[in-house]
Design a protein around this ligand. Structure first.
Ligand code: THU
Length: 157
């Protein structure tokens, strides 16, 4: 039997090492954690994305007592961008989170499977990979497109 090895490339740096536009996006994602509505998990996630036209759209997680009715920060930002600028590709997306103690997470926060699937379709829709910036106090993961986090993604039927 043949074996297939799938690899992901992730670079790590400090926030201050990022180019200006990416550092700004990370700071906006951190800022967006303040608008999170997370009375159930107390885990406040913020996202900020850059569109091809230069506009920035922020999002944050919105929870509900009926748990599946809530939405993650990433999808909140992507769907908001789709509603406002339906023909604009997402070129960069930053994510940050604060735990219940109000502190930013030490490790980079990582998108859930459903958000990864939505990010796959967003890239496919616009034929444009998005740079993903996952913020943690100890470093920022820089990822050149969702395929690095979602190999063998389901894209069409
Ligand atoms: N959450 C996000 O918004 N984004 C992620 O990347 C991970 C998880 C939210 C969903 C839920 O409101 C809370 O964090 C706890 O899972």
């Amino acid at each position: 039997m043949k074996e297939i090895t799938l690899e992901s490339k992730i670079r790590v740096c400090q926030k201050d090492e990022l180019p200006d536009d990416e550092r700004n996006l990370v700071e906006l994602a951190i800022e967006a954690t303040a608008n999170s509505y997370a009375p159930h998990s107390h885990f406040h996630v913020g996202a900020a994305l850059l569109l091809a036209n230069g506009k920035i759209v922020k999002g944050c997680n919105q929870e509900n007592a009926v748990l599946p009715a809530g939405v993650c920060a990433e999808r909140s930002a992507i769907f908001s961008a789709g509603a406002q600028y339906p023909d604009q590709a997402v070129t960069k997306l930053a994510i940050a989170a604060r735990a219940g103690d109000g502190k930013l997470t030490e490790l980079p926060v990582s998108p859930c499977g459903i958000c990864r699937q939505v990010m796959v379709e967003t890239e496919t829709r616009f034929q444009q990979p998005m740079r993903i910036l996952l913020y943690g106090e100890t470093g920022v993961y820089v990822i050149d497109g969702i395929k690095e986090l979602m190999p063998l993604a389901f894209t069409e039927f």
